[in-house]
Design a protein around this ligand. Structure first.
Ligand code: F6P
Length: 343
């Protein structure tokens, strides 16, 4: 059989491990032919594909990014997008398509399958860890490791200078990176998008630390964290083709606000795309490989409209519709264990 593969949305460590697994299992075990589409949905829209042989995927397991390139192209924002994709799959003699992506890419895959009958299945990636129906997405563990290492480094300099360090991490509307890196790095304040914060309370926590003789603090803030209504103004960002606002900047706002309100010297660090780059952790390599193997097996069985998911320790196939129905965000119960360590 012949299948296409694409990687869409923001890149993350482990994408190449999925591509490699799809090709290795597909070619070696099933005797399939695999082609790679360039730059997310732009590839199938424009019919831009290249053969993916075992030779072409050698050595890519530890490499970050994606050898296929990626983009935030939305096929539903292009004239006849779904029809063009369906026609290009036929033209290229493909039996179906494996779309590796996050909320947006998988949302498009789900609609292409359910509304247009395109043979497509998904693989859940994202450092944000916010895809429904799977306990974990690959890429998250690596981003968490990078953020934790950064917090460890900031700890030592914060302590030497008696400063407040604000560390802004990614995660879009989910606080997983902030919560887990904050706990792993021993942060004193953790701000997540799911729980609007009061800047007055943040400052009180920091002041309480000082009154107890701890003259430095680490504040981990998710880029999507929001102040309680009327407590602090934030600037609006631009939106992309999927309607997502470009986040970032809350760290700098907090730096100014905390310094003004407490009088303590404060510095902000934005970790940004550093969290998405570089080599995947062993955990992400293994999870990505398991997803890739499950995806090509599912494609071979014609399980279109599905997605491999991690449930507990097992890989299971779930409906794409279920996976994209709702973002998996941090509930108050999931945050609660961190509270004992704050302030
Ligand atoms: O979804 C992954 C992610 O890194 C988010 O955490 C972040 O908000 C967004 O992508 C950044 O997107 P871009 O790379 O397009 O700036």
């Amino acid at each position: 059989m012949r299948f296409g593969v694409l990687t869409g949305g923001g890149d993350c460590p482990g994408l190449n491990a999925v591509i490699r697994a799809v090709v290795r299992k597909g070619v070696d075990v099933h005797g399939d032919e695999i082609v790679g589409f360039r730059d997310g949905w732009r590839g199938p829209l424009e019919g831009e594909a290249e053969p993916l042989t075992i030779e072409a995927t050698r050595g890519i397991l530890p490499r970050g990014g994606t050898i296929l390139g990626t983009s935030r192209t939305n096929p539903f924002k292009r004239d006849d997008g779904p029809q063009r994709i369906a026609a290009n799959l036929v033209e290229l003699g493909l039996d179906g398509l494996i779309a590796i992506g996050g909320e947006d890419t998988l949302g498009a895959a789900n609609r292409l399958h359910s509304e247009h009958g395109v043979n497509v299945l998904g693989v859940p990636k994202t450092i944000d860890n916010d895809i429904g129906a799977t306990d974990v997405t690959f890429g998250f563990d690596t981003a968490l490791q990078v953020a934790t290492e950064a917090i460890d480094r900031l700890h030592t300099t914060a302590e030497s200078h008696h400063r407040v360090m604000v560390v802004e991490v990614m995660g879009r509307h989910a606080g997983w990176i902030a919560l887990y890196s904050g706990v792993a790095g021993g942060a004193d304040v953790i701000l997540v998008p799911e729980q609007p914060f009061d800047i007055g309370d943040v400052c009180k926590l920091i002041e309480r630390r000082h009154s107890r003789g701890r003259f430095f603090s680490i504040v981990v803030v998710a880029e999507g964290a929001v102040p309680k209504r009327g407590t602090m103004e934030l600037a609006d960002g631009e939106t992309d083709e999927f309607g997502h606002v470009r986040l970032g900047g809350i760290g700098q706002r907090l730096e100014v606000e905390i310094e003004q309100r407490t009088g303590f010297e404060t510095r902000a660090v934005v970790l940004g795309h550093v969290q998405r780059g570089g080599t995947p952790t062993a955990y992400d390599r293994v999870l990505a490989t398991r997803f890739g193997v499950a995806a090509i097996d599912a494609a071979h069985e014609g399980r279109w409209g599905m997605m491999p998911a991690l449930r507990g320790t097992a890989i299971e196939l779930v409906e794409l519709g279920e996976a994209v129905a709702e973002l998996r965000t941090v509930s108050p119960q999931e945050f609660a264990f961190a509270e004992a360590f704050l302030g």
